[in-house]
Ligand binder design. Structure first.
Ligand code: PLP
Length: 391
């Protein structure tokens, strides 16, 4: 514990000093298998040579220029990202929260353009959208909001997966401008949207003239076995936010938009000093190149099926296991009991994992992980769950 750092995290007593692929080593030389990837950030694993080379080359050439100038790497990354998402324009920033702030600003400004005085955004229970004031206000978790009141106004909350609740909002309010939703809730416990939910939201947005805004900060960039999780439902949102895996660890986020939503922000209405600088964009381009060359989106789908099937074999009939959920390499093992202590048990056994929502083991391994490594994770975590219920 270092007194020079604000106590915003209860850190585990281990210092990770280097990595390669899905393996990392601590300062004592101990090896771990990484089933978390820095919370869905290092999709290409650690120290990927393509990213390392791109970042080093760009650092020797030009790290940063102001957005007052053209930035060809930003233009290329924008072009390629919007093509993958079926959107039209990108705004680059440095984090997920900033990407969502951009989306929320688009929703409000777009609402005003429609003649709505106090535009509101529909958000879901158990959602997570970030830690800035607006994004924590959008987040459906009282713990994250507590102590930071007054919250930003203009959010209407509905249960996740409940289309009828959205219809009720439509009947009762005339000031809705947008819906902000995670196609798979990550922090909320790896909760998959029920079949047809995102498509139903798309229809509702079309019917009522709202923007559909998908927070794909965790679920995007191939994690679920599609470039963007909304694509499982054959949906294209009006606004999509990405971050986490976009730079494989180099901080970069993006707010993608299409149609009218892509024209809302104009010079003077939004901006950023660092967002989309040459260094971050080179990392993003190297990520896209590698994902395409190594076909990692299909790999995420295949490996996700493999891990899910193996978990079902190992734990499917265990009385302590409530549900096994997965979308590609976003996996959640829900237990009947709070199991935060399993994070430390896993660390001791040589695995980096996460527990979210108190009782859901969350696994987000790198997309480059090998079959054997994936099997070792499933077997290791399954054994830990069994021990957890034996002791
Ligand atoms: C991580 C995350 C965010 C916040 O991203 P930061 O980079 O931590 O600001 C927002 N939404 C979702 C779904 C996330 O998983």
């Amino acid at each position: 514990m270092n007194d020079a750092l604000m106590h915003t995290y209860n850190r585990l007593p281990v210092t990770l000093v280097r990595g390669t692929g899905a393996r990392v080593w601590d300062s004592e030389g101990r090896e771990y298998l990484d089933a978390l990837a820095g919370i869905a950030v290092c999709g290409l694993g650690h120290a990927h040579p393509a990213v390392a080379e791109a970042v080093a080359d760009q650092a020797r050439t030009l790290v940063h220029v102001s957005n007052n100038y053209r930035i060809p790497h930003q233009e290329e990354l924008g072009r390629r990202l919007v093509a993958l998402a079926g959107h039209d324009r990108a705004f680059f920033c440095n984090s997920g929260a900033e990407a969502n702030e951009t989306a929320l600003k688009i929703a409000r400004r777009w609402g005003h353009q429609q003649g709505i005085d106090e535009p509101a955004v529909i958000v879901c229970e158990r959602s997570f959208h970030g830690r800035t004031l607006a994004t924590l206000s959008a987040t459906g978790n009282r713990k994250i909001q507590a102590g930071f009141e007054p919250l930003v106004q203009g959010f209407v909350r509905v249960p996740y997966g409940d289309l009828e609740a959205v219809e009720r909002v439509a009947r009762n309010r005339t000031n809705v401008a947008a819906v902000l939703v995670e196609p798979v809730q990550g922090e909320g416990g790896v909760r998959l949207a029920p079949e047809g939910y995102i498509a139903g939201l798309r229809e509702a947005c079309d019917r009522y003239g709202w923007l559909l805004m998908c927070d794909e900060i965790q679920s995007g960039m191939g994690r679920t076995g599609r470039w963007f999780a909304q694509q499982h439902d054959a949906v294209t949102a009006d606004v999509t936010t990405v971050a986490k895996a976009l730079g494989n660890g180099v901080p970069i986020g993006a707010c993608l938009a299409r149609g009218a939503a892509a024209e809302v922000l104009v010079p003077g209405s939004h901006g950023t000093t660092f967002g989309g600088n040459p260094l971050a964009c080179r990392a993003g381009i190297a990520v896209l190149d590698t994902m395409e060359q190594e076909d990692l989106v299909a790999r995420a789908a295949e490996l996700g099926r493999r891990m899910q099937a193996r978990f079902r074999e190992r734990l499917g009939d265990h009385p302590g296991v409530t549900e096994i959920r997965a979308s590609g390499l976003m996996l959640g093992i829900e237990l009947a009991d709070d199991c935060a202590t399993l994070v430390r048990e896993a660390l001791n056994a040589g695995f980096l994992i996460n527990v979210t929502a108190g009782n859901v083991i969350r696994l987000l391994p790198p997309l480059v992980i090998g079959d054997d490594e994936a099997d070792r994770i499933v077997d290791g975590i399954s054994a830990l769950v069994r021990t957890f219920y034996e002791s």
